[in-house]
Ligand binder design. Structure first.
Ligand code: AMP
Length: 371
């Protein structure tokens, strides 16, 4: 069993090994076999999640029996939608029979309610419910659950037939969603404000993945990639690289780190289009930005810092004051409006970027610790 699996960019951790699941399946099969040895029940598997349970259950059920399926669905992603759809209805042959529902999991009980409703006008002789997994803390208790494989805590699980956005059904073991809340932070500020320096400290302290779009461009330029060649002409003039290019690159960077406990975005977003694209992209992954923290510093301090950095960094855009001023103009025209964008979302924080490096890290940490 692997320690973790990643599905749609979310991390799931090992929770219930296959052997324990199979033991629970056998317990359910044995209990039902004792109660129904003199009858021929119709088992009704609830698709899609129960397919693996049903398969192993049937292999462990020793007496004559029949099997049919219904298909219901209430989950879309991580949260139950509350709306249960019937996708495959019940066949007629259940009339007058002993019916036993085989559910993979009972949590809120909404699916169960729909199931009971489905059978209510079918003239069933005897109706029982068996579930492999049971979230006792969450269940509304409306109907008795007759057979339970194992009680589980209220965690989102995948594997052994259960899915996260349709993936993970093929896993033999059960994994649970890593509930550690992600912290995603945008470090905001003019060139030279100290975003890169501070990101290096924050990523260690909070175990975050640092993505600097400027660094990614420079790596590509160094490697002579197509992206690098495209970005170079803009960067050399102190202009912004076109949004489409930068947004695609950013997406790839995030997707390359599905295991990350969170991200520090440094130098991204720099335009409203980028901020909107970031929000949409993160939302599609059930993620979001928690805070945008601006490092504030005076232009003249920044020009002096950048010229100083240019002497050692070799960055052409740091060595020429007119290019530096152009970067500030780009910032004022295109990036500064993002302050309003994040303020409207209640996510904007401002930190004085002048002072000792450690002191500034403390100021930033104070903001993050409050999130
Ligand atoms: P930086 O290292 O963040 O100062 O970025 C250096 C240069 O890379 C910028 O002046 C831009 O030309 C380019 N760049 C970095 N991030 C972005 C971005 N989010 N959008 C457009 N261009 C960017």
């Amino acid at each position: 069993m692997k320690d973790t699996v990643t599905l749609h960019g979310r991390r799931f951790e090992a929770a219930i090994p296959e052997a324990d699941i199979l033991a629970a399946v056998r317990r359910v099969a044995d209990a039902i076999a004792r109660d129904y040895k003199d009858r021929v029940p119709v088992f009704v598997g609830v698709l899609n999640g129960a397919f693996m349970f049903v398969s192993d259950f049937m292999k462990n059920y020793p007496h004559p029996c029949e099997l049919t399926f219904v298909k219901l669905s209430s989950y879309r992603g991580l949260t139950s939608t509350g709306i249960v759809e019937t996708l495959l209805d019940l066949p007629e042959e259940v009339e007058g029979r002993d019916v036993i529902i085989l559910e993979d999991i009972v949590d809120t009980g909404r699916t169960l309610q729909e199931l009971v409703h489905m059978f209510s006008n079918k003239n069933i002789k005897d109706f029982k419910i068996a579930t492999l997994f049971y979230k006792a803390d969450l269940y509304n208790g409306e109907y008795a659950i007759d057979y339970v494989g194992m009680d589980i805590p209220d965690q989102f699980i995948v594997g052994y037939g259960l899915d996260y956005k349709e993936q993970g059904r093929n896993l033999r073991d059960i994994y649970q969603l890593n509930q550690q809340p992600m912290i995603n932070i945008v470090l905001f500020g003019k060139p030279g404000a100290g975003k890169g320096t501070q990101a290096a400290f924050l990523k260690e302290r909070y175990n975050l993945q640092h993505i600097s779009t400027g660094d990614v461009f420079r790596r590509n330029i160094k490697g002579g990639t197509e992206l690098g060649n495209l970005a170079k002409s803009y960067i050399d003039k102190g202009e912004l690289v076109p949004d489409e290019v930068t947004i695609n690159m950013l997406r790839e960077e995030v997707e390359a780190h599905p295991e990350a406990a969170g991200f520090i975005f440094d130098g991204f977003p720099r335009t409203t289009a980028q901020a909107e694209a970031l929000d949409h992209f993160l939302e599609s992954k059930d993620m979001g930005i928690h805070a945008t923290i601006a490092l504030e510093a005076d232009d003249e301090v920044l020009v002096a810092r950048l010229l100083e950095r240019g002497k050692v960094s070799g960055r052409s855009d740091d060595q020429d004051e007119s290019k530096i001023r152009n970067r500030f103009e780009e910032y004022n025209a295109k990036t500064a409006p993002l302050k309003d964008y994040y303020q409207q979302q209640g996510k904007f924080h401002s930190v004085n970027g002048i002072g000792e490096i450690q002191e500034i890290t403390r100021r930033l940490s104070a903001v993050i610790d409050q999130l």
